[in-house]
Write a protein that binds this ligand. Structure first.
Ligand code: ACM
Ligand code: ZN
Length: 523
């Protein structure tokens, strides 16, 4: 039984259940879970799985309020030779139970066309399962390189397989704005396209190959619904005030200097950011976020907040006037002020702001969630201990999927412990869970995306779901083999085994994989 993530308890019993053309699904009120079951098991087996009350050769799905102690995502799964029974207190748990059932079947179940000659049997088991953390996130940066709908839908499918439940969608960057905003059409008319891409961190010229792409609002709604059907929340990120060159190329009046600007063709941290002094910027943010809230029902809205140099704010009369008028200490306090305005505006609409840990500062809005990535560890611990600040953990050297395997071997991705040491239980409860980001500076192709993401996303699944004491890297590596076979069925080009855990001498130079594009993967 090679389930990833490893369930909380699993008991192997003698016998098997055989799925065949007569297997029925007991009529269940949870139509969505039944539909998920049919769409996952139907194509490869060719079985219809009709609804019929039956005592044997039946799959039962039940929402059982009495199981509430399992939490909103927990479930029970029992396989006997006569029946498969999936029970959960809530729909998300029932959906996760279906994913476990999927992993108990042979990997060929992943095929989207009938597979001949496979015995569709399940080992008899009893499983009781629930996640360690409520936030098990994967972030995709589509600002630097746009990958498009097909890729995103497949990632959502594979996230569901691994019980990952947060898709953090980084949609705006210096190099591209990827979400249609009706009130500001130039964001995508101008901001979604660039004339080329610099092939390395230190390259002077771009490659002259135009790149672009964005999602219409209808496309976004369809993707969000697709995720919701898989119990995945899409958390959009509109990065502000930094990483906004593409927006400034479209609307230079939102900057401190007035521009002009061009969508960035190279990567790094750019000095021109949204002006925090001008009323037009505040109106712009409110207008954009109004449309964003309309598209994304997520309780959390990410506003970035990372890497916002204060060079322009220091020289800008409007920003300096704002600092004076609001009695702020300095430019960092101005960023906290801007963040807090957005946080309060979101709170008034029932949403919570999420930002990278650079938003931390005195008087940060109490409801703001911090996503930790780098630096400021002391401030983070203080915010957790003193303010019980909710935190998502994405420690730079342990979780960044854009790093090469020489810097972040699979073992390291697996061993990541999201709970900082030494927190008391109340403080530990502030850690919502891990998230692994995939930044896309050096991610021009689907092949490269697959290589960076897989199999490290499987490690994330277990870091987020499985109790720390049950994690075991060797056992994980064993269970990974059938998962890879599943990924192959989906055409995923995961990193070859020899790359996962490089020897020490290769890891010595791993740090260069941060800034040097990795060219060896053919698109
Ligand atoms: C980040 O990696 N700039 C959050
Ligand atoms: Zn300004």
């Amino acid at each position: 039984m090679d389930i990833i993530p490893l369930p909380e308890t699993l008991t192997h019993l003698p016998g098997i259940f055989r799925l065949d053309a007569d297997t029925a699904v007991h009529p269940a009120p949870d139509e969505a879970a039944v539909a998920a079951l049919r769409s996952l098991l139907g194509p490869a087996t060719g079985f219809r799985l009709p609804s019929r009350a039956a005592k044997t050769n039946v799959i039962r799905l039940r929402t059982v309020p009495g199981l509430e102690s399992l939490g909103p995502e927990g479930y029970r799964l029992a396989v006997t030779p006569e029946a498969v029974t999936l029970e959960a207190p809530a729909p998300a748990g029932l959906f996760h139970a279906v994913q476990t059932l999927r992993q108990l079947l042979p990997p060929a179940i992943e095929s989207r066309a009938p597979v001949a000659g496979v015995e569709w049997t399940l080992p008899c088991v009893e499983i009781t399962d629930r996640p360690r953390f409520p936030w098990r996130g994967f972030m995709l940066d589509e600002g630097r390189h746009f990958h498009g709908r097909e890729t995103v839908l497949q990632l959502l499918d594979l996230m569901a397989l691994l019980k990952l439940n947060i898709f953090h969608w980084h949609l705006t960057e210096d190099q591209g704005w990827r979400v249609e905003i009706k009130k500001y059409p130039r964001l995508t008319e101008v901001g979604a396209r660039r004339p080329g891409t610099k092939p390395g961190m230190f390259a002077r010229e771009h490659d002259g190959v135009p790149r672009g792409g964005f999602y219409t609002q209808d496309e976004i709604r369809a993707i969000v619904a697709y995720a919701a059907a898989r119990h995945i929340t899409v958390v959009p990120e509109i990065d502000l005030p930094g990483h906004t060159t593409a927006a400034l190329a479209a609307y230079p009046e939102l900057s401190c200097t007035g521009g002009p600007f061009a969508v960035a063709t190279g990567f790094g941290i750019f000095p021109d950011i949204l002006c925090a002094g001008k009323a037009t910027t505040l109106t712009f943010l409110q207008d954009v976020l109004t449309e964003v809230l309309d598209l994304f029902p997520s309780p959390w809205i990410h506003i970035g907040g990372d890497e916002a140099p204060k060079t322009r704010w220091k020289a800008c009369p409007a920003c300096q006037e704002r600092i004076r008028a609001e009695g702020l200490k300095d430019e960092h306090a101005l960023q906290v002020w801007l963040t807090n305005r957005v946080a309060a505006w979101l709170a008034g609409r029932g949403r919570k702001l999420v930002g990278w840990n650079q938003i931390l500062g005195a008087d940060l809005h109490p409801e703001a969630v911090v996503q930790y990535w780098v630096g400021g560890h002391k401030d983070l611990l203080k915010a957790i201990r003193q303010d019980h600040r909710p935190v998502v953990m994405s420690t730079y050297l342990d979780t960044y999927l854009d790093h090469g395997y020489r810097l972040m071997p699979l073992r390291r991705a697996y061993r990541y412990e999201p709970l900082p040491a030494g927190l008391d239980p109340a403080a530990a409860a502030c850690i919502l869970g891990p998230e692994y980001p995939l930044w896309s500076e050096w991610l021009p192709s689907r092949a490269r995306l697959d290589y960076q993401a897989w199999p490290r996303l499987a490690a994330l699944a277990e870091v987020g779901w499985t109790q720390a004491g049950r994690k075991d890297y060797r056992d994980f590596r064993r269970r990974l083999e059938p998962l890879l076979e599943r990924l192959e069925r989906h055409g995923v080009r995961y990193a070859p085994r020899g790359d996962w855990d490089p020897p020490f001498w290769k890891r010595l130079f791993g740090v260069f994989t941060i800034a040097i594009p990795q060219r060896k993967i053919a698109p």
